[in-house]
Design a protein around this ligand. Structure first.
Ligand SMILES: *[C@@H]1O[C@H](CO)[C@@H](O)[C@H](O)[C@H]1NC(C)=O
Ligand SMILES: *[C@@H]1O[C@H](CO)[C@@H](O)[C@H](O)[C@H]1NC(C)=O
Ligand SMILES: *[C@@H]1O[C@H](CO)[C@@H](O)[C@H](O)[C@H]1NC(C)=O
Ligand SMILES: *[C@@H]1O[C@H](CO)[C@@H](O)[C@H](O)[C@H]1NC(C)=O
Length: 410
């Protein structure tokens, strides 16, 4: 339709310009084009500036939309956090703002730690720091741990949510919604939150609150690395390490971001399918041949020194990926040989590749949705994941979805 309209306009211009140069059709074409270009200019101005700085292929890719809609502050969610300089990389790209407030990065010493439950599972002595590369989870220890949670609860599926210490709102929203699903299709589900250390002024106060929150809910894990955006790869590896050392009996585990909607029932239905393997299995929203971004202005810039490859191995998008629970142990092993780079989801892809494995496409890929256009109860009853803009949406949509009796869905 569009094509026809366009060429029709053009031919009219050609034909009529011979006879009646300012015919009504020409004028119509002119005004439509004027309107169109005005709209384009307005749209360009409305876009976040970082979007315009991205390479064209990054703009077109679904992953960039995902990142724009999640990692970057959203105009409909709230004020845009100011970008801070970072210290990890010598080249200092802007620090990507996150939805959940991460503590500012400073060199303040970590807060004093009151209770320190047994560090590792008794037998292994504390590993000397930097035995492996700096990001390896064995260089950190748990400050808050749930060492016997899996033994007492014996979950089939464990949901691990990386979240900033200063974001109790997101944790509460999850506790009230999908995190409260403990028995699904007869299988036990356990939800736990993974935190790093808070930094900056107020860190001690915040740390105290974190302990109180854990006393109340007994569902926090906290490791001894600084909780920052650029340490997300460490966070993911610590999640893997926890699963490998404290929860090896679970059959499946999932890393899921705190701004996600998760339909646990549909996830469990998928996991219980006979064609879903219980070993060497990693699935989610798959990314193939994604280029490593070398544009220093990009939020996902990775310097050559950090990663020499020009494309990432196949990986599952970090918003939520589910895996058979034999993998964490092997991923932690593989990670010893792979220098960390800051894109945590692609890093897991690199570990998989090292193991000679590759993520598998889910049985129904359409159930893994990145960004939300508009809430639709029937759609939410069929999907597995959706990225949301705000914690309050998790609660609103969940309540609507669970409302009985709801209107029937086709
Ligand atoms: C794992 O399961 C086995 C057999 O079901 C049991 O003997 C063992 O104690 C369990 N281990 C943990 C850590 O739960
Ligand atoms: C979790 O669900 C149970 C019912 O299954 C309910 O009694 C409880 O209040 C819920 N917890 C939260 C934090 O919403
Ligand atoms: C990552 O965590 C380590 C260990 O706590 C810390 O030394 C480092 O500054 C953190 N890196 C960034 C970029 O925050
Ligand atoms: C943000 O980006 C990181 C790294 O690319 C990714 O792992 C994570 O899942 C993204 N989303 C959020 C909400 O942090």
């Amino acid at each position: 339709m569009k094509e026809q309209g366009g060429s029709g306009c053009k031919s009219h211009v050609v034909v009529e310009s011979l006879g009646r140069p300012l015919g009504s059709r020409v004028r119509l074409c002119f005004y439509s084009l004027l309107l169109l270009s005005t709209i384009i200019v307005m749209v360009l101005f409305a876009l976040p500036s970082s979007f315009l700085q991205m390479d064209w292929w990054t703009k077109l890719s679904p992953v960039s939309y995902y990142h724009i809609w999640t990692n970057q502050s959203l105009w409909w969610v709230g004020p845009i956090p100011t970008t801070l300089p970072i210290s990890l990389l010598t080249t200092s790209p802007p620090r990507p703002p996150t939805l959940s407030p991460t503590p500012p990065m400073t060199t303040l010493p970590p807060p004093p730690l009151t209770t320190s439950p047994p560090r590792s599972l008794a037998t292994s002595p504390p590993t000397p720091a930097n035995k492996y590369h700096k990001g390896h989870p064995r260089n950190f220890h748990f400050i808050i741990d749930q060492p016997s949670k899996c033994m007492t609860e014996n979950p089939y599926l464990v949901l691990l949510v990386p979240v900033a210490p200063g974001n109790p709102t997101a944790r509460d929203a999850i506790r009230r919604t999908w995190g409260n699903e403990t028995l699904v299709h007869g299988r036990k589900v356990q939800t736990l939150f993974m935190l790093g250390l808070p930094g900056g002024p107020g860190a001690q106060e915040l740390q105290k609150k974190v302990h109180q929150e854990n006393d109340l809910h007994q569902d926090l894990l906290q490791s001894s690395f600084m909780d920052t955006y650029l340490n997300l790869t460490i966070k993911t590896l610590v999640i893997m390490d926890w699963l490998a050392t404290r929860c090896s009996n679970a059959t499946f585990a999932m890393k899921i971001d705190s701004d996600m909607f998760l339909n646990v029932e549909n996830l469990m239905t998928m996991l219980l399918r006979p064609d879903v393997p219980k070993v060497n299995y990693l699935t989610g929203m798959l990314m193939w041949d994604r280029p490593v971004i070398r544009n220093q202005n990009s939020k996902w810039y990775v310097p050559f020194e950090m990663l020499a490859d020009n494309t990432y191995p196949t990986y599952t998008l970090g918003m939520g990926y589910v895996f058979s629970n034999d993998l964490p142990k092997r991923l932690v092993e593989a990670a010893k040989d792979i220098k960390p780079f800051t894109i945590e989801d692609a890093y897991i892809g690199a570990c998989m590749k090292r193991l000679g494995l590759s993520p598998t496409s889910p049985p129904d890929p359409w159930q893994w949705k990145a960004y939300l256009s508009k809430y639709n109860r029937c759609e939410f009853s069929k999907i597995i994941t959706y990225i949301l803009g705000h914690s309050s949406q998790i609660v609103d949509y969940w309540m609507d979805l669970k409302k009985t009796p709801g209107p029937p869905c086709p």
